[in-house]
Every structure is written in structure tokens, then in C-alpha cells.
Design a protein around this ligand. Structure first.
Ligand code: ZN
Length: 154
């Protein structure tokens, strides 16, 4: 199987069976985001415990396969990480989608990096980049607890 096909398969699979869908029980941080150009909506919920670790994270939303797969993969990888690790992963992912050829962070294992690299195919399509990064920007807003709704068009 070619890498591109593998990537597509992972995206479709996550789009069809999103992980961590729903509302985190006893969440203490959340934020909403939307991408009006495509019609993607997400609401990210997380529970950050007293050790600053993401004990649980989930999302609700609707939108295209890319936006849903990205939220699904993101919540999977962020769960169990400390807030600093989460921030490093977010920065790494956004850097890769924007310009870097690869992920740099050592926090993620190789199979986890493969999941994120699935989304690298959107790089050449600015509209799709918004779909792929929506949930990540929304997670930043949730972690900062700034209560601001994230829009890709601001
Ligand atoms: Zn979309």
C-alpha cells in the first residue's frame, strides 16, 4: 500500500468512527470553534487534573471528513499528556501543516506521528488546512480558557 493510500484510509476510518465523541464527564475546560467556509463546527471538552494532566478529552461536532478525523486523531493523542506536552504537540502539528516537512516533537511515538502525518496531504489546499486545524486552534482556546469562540475567518 502506498503511503498516500494509507493516509487516506486512516482519515476515512477516523471520519467514520470518530474517537472520543461526546461530552467529557466533569470537564473543566471547553471551547467552540467553527469554519464557516466549509461548515465545520467543533466543541472541545477536556478535564485537566490537579497535576496539569489531560485526564480526559472529547469533542462534539459536525463537518467534513478532514475536520472530524483531525478532531478524532487529536483527542486520541492528547489524552493522558500534560498541558505542556499538549502545547508542544499542538505547535508541532500546526508547524507541520503550515510549513515544516515533518514533525519534530519527541513526545509522540512513531505510530502516533503517522496518524498526524495523514493530515499532511491538506498542505497544498489552504481551504482544507482550515478544516484540519480547526479543532487544534479550538483546543488552544479551551486550554487557555479564554472563552472565545474560534473562527477560521478572523
Ligand atoms: Zn471542512
Amino acid at each position: 500500500m502506498k503511503l498516500k493510500e494509507l493516509y487516506q484510509e486512516i482519515i476515512l476510518e477516523h471520519g467514520k468512527n470518530p474517537r472520543n465523541l461526546g461530552i467529557t464527564k466533569n470537564f473543566n475546560k471547553d471551547a467552540k470553534g467553527n469554519n464557516p467556509l466549509c461548515g465545520d463546527d467543533v466543541h472541545i471538552y477536556l478535564k485537566l487534573n490537579s497535576q496539569r494532566k489531560v485526564e480526559d478529552i472529547s469533542f462534539e461536532g459536525k463537518g467534513c471528513a478532514i475536520s472530524m478525523a483531525s478532531a478524532s486523531i487529536m483527542t486520541d493523542l492528547i489524552k493522558g499528556k500534560s498541558d505542556n506536552e499538549a502545547k508542544e504537540i499542538i505547535e508541532d502539528f500546526l508547524g507541520m501543516i503550515k510549513e515544516n516537512p515533518d514533525l519534530k516533537s519527541n513526545i509522540l511515538k512513531d505510530d502516533e506521528k503517522t496518524k498526524l502525518m495523514c493530515l499532511s496531504g491538506v498542505k497544498q489546499y489552504p481551504m482544507r488546512v482550515k478544516c484540519a486545524t480547526l479543532s487544534w486552534h479550538t483546543l488552544i482556546s479551551a486550554m487557555n480558557n479564554d472563552g472565545k469562540e474560534v473562527s477560521t475567518e478572523e
